[in-house]
Design a protein around this ligand. Sequence first.
Ligand code: 13P
Length: 229
Amino acid sequence: MKHLIVANWKCNPNNLVKAKKLFSVVKKGIGVVKEVEVVVCPPFVYLSKLFGLTLGAQNCFWKNLPAGRGAFTGEISPFMLKDIGCKYVIIGHSERRRYFKETCAMVNKKLKAALANNLKPILCIDSINQVKRGLKGISKKEIKKIVIAYEPIFAIGTGKACSINKAKKMNFSIRKILGEQAAILYGGSVNSKNAKDFIKKAQFQGLLIGGASLNPKEFVKIIKKVSQV
Ligand code: 13P
């Protein structure tokens, strides 16, 4: 299976010029790496301004609106994301659960809405319970289209990545539920020093990267290291 590396820019950078620059330096740096699928998830407002790499959104509305539109001030429908060329959407990130009170029920609805619009969801979880509750009522066939990202909260933005053993255990526990073929990423303080171990030793299919994805040199270094696995 091809490795998948996803950049979650979160609420960065703070203007379009910087966003374009970051994107183009990453694009150039990666060159023709074929062994890794690279996805960039910038803030919504930059999505339609960036070209040449696979794009993902960081969130979407939980309702599958008829024709993708309706009276829901401030929301972005999965239909709109698909329309502007997004392939992926991150759903249930721990920062959204924490600061915006997203529940597993909302996450579950978002997954269904994203799937109904042919977006590939990246479901972020930090426990098995969140996997089970998030995927409730979704058919086995549809679950195969979902990427799971194990992001232990203590490892996010702290510089203290999860131990390889603990991450590997979680990877295998999720596989036990979803099957051997499940696409599972690790996220939380990934850098160019630890990236390879999460792929090689903990056997994840890929990585979801926050802080290090804002440093193009470091991000490209991670991609190149993973491409050698
Ligand atoms: P950091 O890589 O900054 O720890 O963030 C991880 C994350 O939350 C990616 O979604």
